[in-house]
Design a protein around this ligand. Sequence first.
Ligand SMILES: [Mn+2]
Length: 450
Amino acid sequence: MPPRSLAAFLKAARAALNTPAARRPSPLTIVVGNESADLDSLCSAVLAAYFRSHTPQHNAADTLHIPLSNLRREDLKLRPELAAALSSTSSSKQTSDAPGISLDSLITLSDLPEDLTAADTRWLLVDHNALTGELARRFSSSVIGCIDHHVDEGSVPLPDASKGFGPRVIEKAGSCASLVINEFSASTAMAADTADMTALKYIWSRLAAEEPDVETDRTLARLTLAPILIDTSNLKSPSKTVDIDRQSTSLAEAVLGVTAGGNAPLFPYDKDPEYERTVFFEELSRLKDDISKLSYNDILRKDYKQWHEEPSTATSGQTPLALGMSTVVQGFDYLLNEIGDNETLFEELRAFAKHRDLDIAAIMTVQTDKKAGFGRQLLIWAFNERATRAMRIFVGTNTERLQLAPWGDGKLDKGIATEPNEWRACWTQGSLEYSRKQLAPYLREAMRSS
Ligand SMILES: [Mn+2]
């Protein structure tokens, strides 16, 4: 079995990936999150790879699963909240020799060998269920399973033990990390009998009993709690939080010695004096929402996803339309007052889109400011005629559903009159319950039907 220590596990995974092709174990099993590389995706990949590598029933020769962070190495620094989640102690006390894992120890797209092919690999997707971008072009044919909470795109094969396919879990949950913990760290007996928290029912607690490693387990617990708390607003968002989020939280908190309602302790560890749920949540939120030191370009790529869709009217030889969507944790008022001005924003957004060959660039803001309250805004920029046609369909179909109203008296908008091939508009989105999970499919649908 791979090393018990998380630091040593990550080193072993990196070493397996870096082994020259001739001596590389084949196939390598890689676990990857989605290309926004948000806290949920990054933590879910590490958790799934770690627990799957330490689950005896997966007795294939290649028990080592490699967690791949779906971003370039230079983008790790845009995620200070991830550094806090990787630490096994509270971030206010972090020093260079603090326990836990450093950001540098994660394996990123920059570490993926160029000669790696689909035949050399098997891919387990977490927090998405269809590979995107360059990974899709290279490895789509080798996807074996997924654990996800997005709309099923139908591209992951059905479980089939004879082919090594599975698991295939697509369920509603606030955070994908909750599903990962439910799938891999707890046996199926747990779901049937959650009240009976006896140690042997849990893969994680059995691991802790057989080979205690308080530092590793505290880090794994924080990696579990961080995305769940962020994605469910500290378990307080009624529309997002489900039972699996609460169960996975209880299990991770049991590792930290937080026991609920007189249950016998499941883990052989003292209570972690550094952990308090709300303090941890607030610290993560503060780090995640602090974009004050970033440039527009940093902000646009911090939480970014891209899709390609073929319009129904496309003639042969026409390329699919490319949509890039950046999610930003502050509203346009903040972006235009604290980071730069309209001109700079548009310059950098245009360059950002050009660099990625986008036909459409979208910015969705989610502002959770305590003073201004919760709010969403949406900016769409179509860079050519086909894109403009598609986005007009989107507006026609969705203005009412999303309650789109012009933002800032339309000062960011650009009508068809000023630039014949381009179109741009910015709205306040009145229907707050629609997040990127719903919005992106509406945009993609409009692209297909144009
Ligand atoms: Mn997610």
